[in-house]
Design a protein around this ligand. Sequence first.
Ligand code: NDP
Length: 329
Amino acid sequence: NKQQILRNRPHGLPDENTWELIETETPTIGENEILVKNKYISLDPAMRGWMNDAKSYLPPVQIDDVMRALTVGEVVESKNDKFKKGDFVCGTGGVQEYTATDGRGFYKVDPNLAPLETYTGTIGMPGLTAYFGLLEVGALKEGETVLVSGAAGAVGSVVGQIAKIKNCKVVGIAGGAEKCAYLVDELGFDHAIDYKNEKVVHKIHEYCPDGVDVYFDNVGGEILDAALTAINKNARVVICGAISQYNATEKPKGPANYLSLLVNRARMEGFIIIDYAKRYQEGLSQMGQWVAEGKIKPKETVFEGIENFREIFLKLFSGDKKGKLVLKV
Ligand code: NDP
């Protein structure tokens, strides 16, 4: 059983001392347990936060523990009535080939309805994040103007597509001309801003002359600050993530334009998807239906090999991928 073990907490980006690949015996299972052979490991920006020794919504991964990650796998042995051999399941299986678990937090998925890797993305945690973040936290109304950063990623690409289903005007912010073309040409965004080559604040005002009603923020930092200059009265700013800050080695500066919230009687609100756990089924069936109807196009970039975990994980921060980043075991 190949496993990636957390050996050192990184300062900045994870390096070659952060994880160690080890090989152990395939686990045996006890009463009520299942053995899952992991097929796909979801690589998520949140994993960077889980490595810090700091209070957060989940306890940090402990040194010498298997790196925590969401997974999709196949049940290869079962002593649990809820699962049988051959079932495919999603859960927090970790960066390893096999997971022995009592099944808590695991749920079944159907490989006939969508490719297994899609359950790490659009019909999985990132899709749910887009769904509840935009519709509940963002309280989106038909016809509004939505601005989303990290727009070509797992969450952002779905946020924009849901907003189009709701007849909204959608502007995405992403790195590079190719990602921007993908947003407009393939996903139906109205406009895209290439933050690596364009002046973001100018482009936001050019593309949103009537202002922004919902800003869905995945990146934080300067892009959040630029967005705050364009929000409308009673706008909602959804703080989903702040990837530009996750590897910062110095204390980040706060947004300079936050008074715009006061002037516009606007609301900025953070949320964590696990707070919606009781409604996952609702979200997953809606996402599944939209995918089946062709209204939302799932996108994954899949790389192979648990040995290459670190190098592939770093693509989250270099942006060298589109849609959901997935590791095939
Ligand atoms: P993505 O698939 O969007 O991957 C990360 C992307 O971020 C990269 O592709 C890159 O795209 C962009 N990026 C990286 N560094 C920077 C930077 N310095 N400035 C601007 N953009 C950058 O990840 P997810 O969709 O999985 O997650 C998006 C955000 O949502 C993250 O912040 C994550 O932590 C958060 N999240 C929050 C959840 C919650 O419950 N609140 C749940 C799930 C995710 P590009 O090429 O465009 O730069």
